[in-house]
Every structure is written in C-alpha cells, then in structure tokens.
Design a binder for this molecule. Structure first.
Ligand SMILES: Nc1ncnc2c1ncn2[C@@H]1O[C@H](COP(=O)(O)OP(=O)(O)O)[C@@H](O)[C@H]1O
Ligand SMILES: [Mg+2]
Length: 320
C-alpha cells in the first residue's frame, strides 16, 4: 500500500507507512498515550519475536518525553524482564519508539480471564507473580549505571504494564520513571488505583518504596479480584485512607496479611527499603508456610487452557 505524502500523518492511523527499515503493519493495542502497531522489517526478515512501534501524538506529548522514555529503557538493557527499546525518534510529526515485541499476553487481560472463569489465583500463584515482578524491580535497583545514581524505579507498576509468557514476566511503560529523570518540572504521576499515597500528594516524593506499595496493590488485586479501593481514588479518598492502613483484606491467613500490610504501609518508611528485601522476605514467607513457587509458564499454560475451553464452549456448535 502506498501512502500519499500530502496527507497529515496520524499517530492512530499509521498502518502502511515506512519508518526507517520497517513497514508499519496492523494496529495492535491502544494505550492511554499512544497506539501500538506490528512492524515488518523491509529487509532481513524479522529477528526473534519481531518489533512493534508505539506512536505518540506530537506535540500533545513532546518528542523530548518520548525520547526520554526510550533512553531510560535503553539504559536498563541487560536487566532481565525489562522490555527492549531498539530506537526512538520522530516521523512526520509523530513521536515513536521501536520496541521488541513482547510475547504472551497482558497480565491484566490474563487476570480478568482467571476471575471471569471464577477461578482466580491461588495464594502460591499470586505470590509467585508478585515475586517475579519484585525480582525484575530488584534487577533494576541493582543495575550499576552512573546516569541515574539516585535509585531507579518504574513509577506505575500495575497488571496492565506487565506481559506474561512462558519464560516469565516483562515490565514496560516506564513513562513516570523517565519523567522523573528528564522532566522534573512537569512530572506526571502514575495510576490513582495503585499509587502510593505520598506520590498523590507530591510526585517528587516517589521512591522505590512507592513502587513497592504499587506492587502490593497489585498483589491485593491478584488475591481478591477486586480493586484495592472501592472507586477511583480522589483527594478525599487519599486523605481518608491515610488514616487507616492497610486497606481491608479479610479472610487471609495472617502470614499473607503481614506481608501485605508491610508493603502497603501508608508511611513509606514502614515499607521495606528495597525490592531485594521484598524478594527475600516473600521467599522466606512462602518457604515457612509451605507454598511452592509456581513457575510463570504454568500460569501461562493455565491461561491458554482457559482460553481454549472458553472458545470451545462459546463458539463451537457442531450438532447435526
Ligand atoms: N513491546 C510491546 N510488545 C507487545 N505489546 C505491547 C508492547 N508495548 C505495549 N504493548 C501493548 O500495548 C498496550 C499499551 O502499551 P503501554 O506502553 O502500556 O501504553 P500506555 O503508556 O498508553 O499505558 C499494552 O497494554 C501492551 O499490551
Ligand atoms: Mg501502560
């Protein structure tokens, strides 16, 4: 398909365009700030799982911000479980990042399927997903990089910013973290539902401990199938919940409640200081309580089996 160069290129209608050595293929997903498309290499065929392009409307989002996130992700190259960014830049008024295509499916999508099937996650599964996320964060924390000396974090840890596949989880969407290092004056915060209270009141107060809180909020969702708060949190909610921490988690064994209350403590200093500590503590608690680690490929195959049985019950009707 040839594309007229006279038409204004739109970030939400990019199929058929050529960006460098890639041809933009089908639309894949819509995020809050950009659209994700498949890519085909014009020469040399696709390498590995291939690549996608995430396209952003400029100047709604500045090129500086798109590049900052690309640069931030590239600085994490070598950390296991972090999406890879091949390049970033501007194409005819559109900001773009070329990312390695993550295999598997979005963890939010997977979690919805588990709860829709009235199965949910076992304690061991929920803790294993939480642990895997904390291991990725611990890898980021431990990476030595003089560019960002004052600690590293993600800024918006939640189910929809993780992909699950056979070989584990992949973390992406480092928008807030990039902002932190490149955009001090216009820092945008994360997601109200999973955000640490100190971040709501002051985005600059965000630290590794705030990411630990968000990972805890994610653990709550995995264990209960409910959002940690009854509705979208607003300023009054934050003021109210600041008084009573943690949010209720009835019916859970005390060891689970203890771990959970610690990671979602309202006061950041009462949470553990590093993801490495959360990893050690979670492993210890699982061991002491006879919970065996569930490998991510098992969670993923349960999801696939659920998809297959949902398809068969809903779509096939071969009665004759
Ligand atoms: N590299 C990738 N490979 C495959 N799918 C991706 C990739 N990056 C993003 N996606 C999909 O696109 C959706 C939006 O991406 P995300 O980066 O979270 O955007 P936003 O910043 O708008 O939240 C995600 O839910 C994810 O499933
Ligand atoms: Mg996202």
């Amino acid at each position: 398909m040839s594309v007229s160069t006279c038409e204004k290129v739109r970030f939400d209608n990019l199929t058929g365009h050529t960006i460098g050595k890639y041809r933009v293929g089908n639309f894949l997903a819509q995020g809050g700030g950009g659209c994700v498309y498949r890519l085909e290499r014009l020469e040399g065929g696709n390498v590995g799982g291939g690549e996608v392009v995430k396209a952003f409307d400029l100047p709604a989002l500045s090129l500086h911000r798109v590049s900052a996130e690309g640069q931030y992700i590239q600085s994490l190259v070598g950390v296991r479980g972090v999406v890879r960014c091949r390049s970033f830049g501007e194409y005819q008024g559109i900001g773009y990042q070329i990312l390695e295509k993550m295999p598997g499916a979005n963890l939010l999508h997977i979690a919805r399927a588990f709860f829709r099937a009235k199965r949910g996650f076992t304690h061991a599964e929920a803790l294993s997903i939480f642990l895997e996320t904390c291991c990725i964060m611990s890898g980021i924390e431990q990476q030595r990089d003089s560019l960002y000396p004052d600690g590293k974090y993600h800024g918006d840890i939640k189910l929809s910013n993780l992909h699950l596949f056979d070989d584990g989880l992949t973390l992406f969407d480092f928008y807030v973290a990039a902002n932190r290092y490149f955009f001090q004056p216009e820092l945008t915060v994360g997601t109200n539902a999973t955000m640490a209270p100190e971040t709501f009141f002051n985005p600059y107060a965000h630290s590794v401990r705030s990411d630990i809180y968000s990972a805890g909020a994610m653990l709550y969702i995995l264990l209960t199938g409910k959002m940690p708060f009854p509705r979208e949190r607003s300023l009054p909610d934050f003021l109210e919940y600041r008084q009573w921490a943690p949010f209720p988690m009835e019916g859970f064994p005390p060891f689970l409640f203890d771990l959970y209350s610690r990671v979602v403590s309202i006061k950041p200093e009462q949470r553990w200081p590093y993801f490495a500590t959360v990893v050690d503590e979670t492993e210890r608690i699982m061991r002491l309580n006879g919970l065996t680690l569930v490998p991510m490929h098992e969670v993923f195959s349960t999801f696939l089996l659920m998809q297959i049985s949902a398809d068969t019950t809903s779509c096939l009707d071969e009665s004759d």
